[in-house]
Design a protein around this ligand. Structure first.
Ligand code: ZN
Length: 180
């Protein structure tokens, strides 16, 4: 939080180069080491429209992938107050915290994969939440930006205490302790 790349609109990827392939391999490694259920390129300091995701189903069946230059369609979120237990999310760019946030229950995402082939994802529930969270990252939006006033104040307090909210702070998944 606070680094300009996290608060800016990311650029289209266009052609997939070796550099992009290396970046994506690194993003998968970082996401798994965190561990996280998704990771957007701006979170590793790269302002490109790419995110990875990984969310196994209840039987441990993997559901993971990468999407480049995604477009997201969603049904409007249900009105009402989000549930603390069922609708709380977290973010590797505001680590160690979770806040409730209402999201749409169903999304469709189109984009391309690393081979330039079209990708279409149609998901509900937590997977739809992940898609919305990661897509937001590509538009410079952190989930904390979407919280209600009371939680936003808490976020500001935490950020002040930990020295976040300005450029230059980072942590290395698998190396640094996020609760430090
Ligand atoms: Zn995030």
């Amino acid at each position: 939080m606070g680094d300009p790349v996290l608060h800016s609109i990311a650029s289209p990827v266009g052609e997939v180069t070796d550099e992009i392939r290396t970046l994506v391999a690194d993003m998968f490694e970082t996401m798994d080491a965190a561990p996280g259920v998704g990771l957007a390129a701006p979170q590793v300091g790269v302002g490109l429209r790419i995110y990875t995701y990984s969310y196994p189903d209840d039987d441990g069946e993997p559901w993971r992938g990468v999407i480049l230059d995604p477009v997201l369609w969603m049904t409007p979120p249900e009105p009402g107050t989000p549930d603390d237990d069922d609708e709380s999310e977290g973010c590797l760019s505001f680590p160690g915290e979770r806040f409730p946030l209402r999201r749409s229950d169903e999304v469709r995402v189109t984009g391309t994969d690393l081979e330039g082939a079209p990708v279409e994802i149609h998901v509900t529930g937590w997977r739809a939440r992940i898609m919305q969270h990661e897509f937001d990252h590509l538009n410079g939006i952190l989930y904390i930006d979407r919280l209600d006033d009371a939680d936003w104040k808490t976020v500001q307090k935490i950020a002040r205490k930990r020295g976040w909210g300005r450029p230059g702070s980072s942590w290395q998944p698998g190396v640094d302790d996020i609760d430090a």
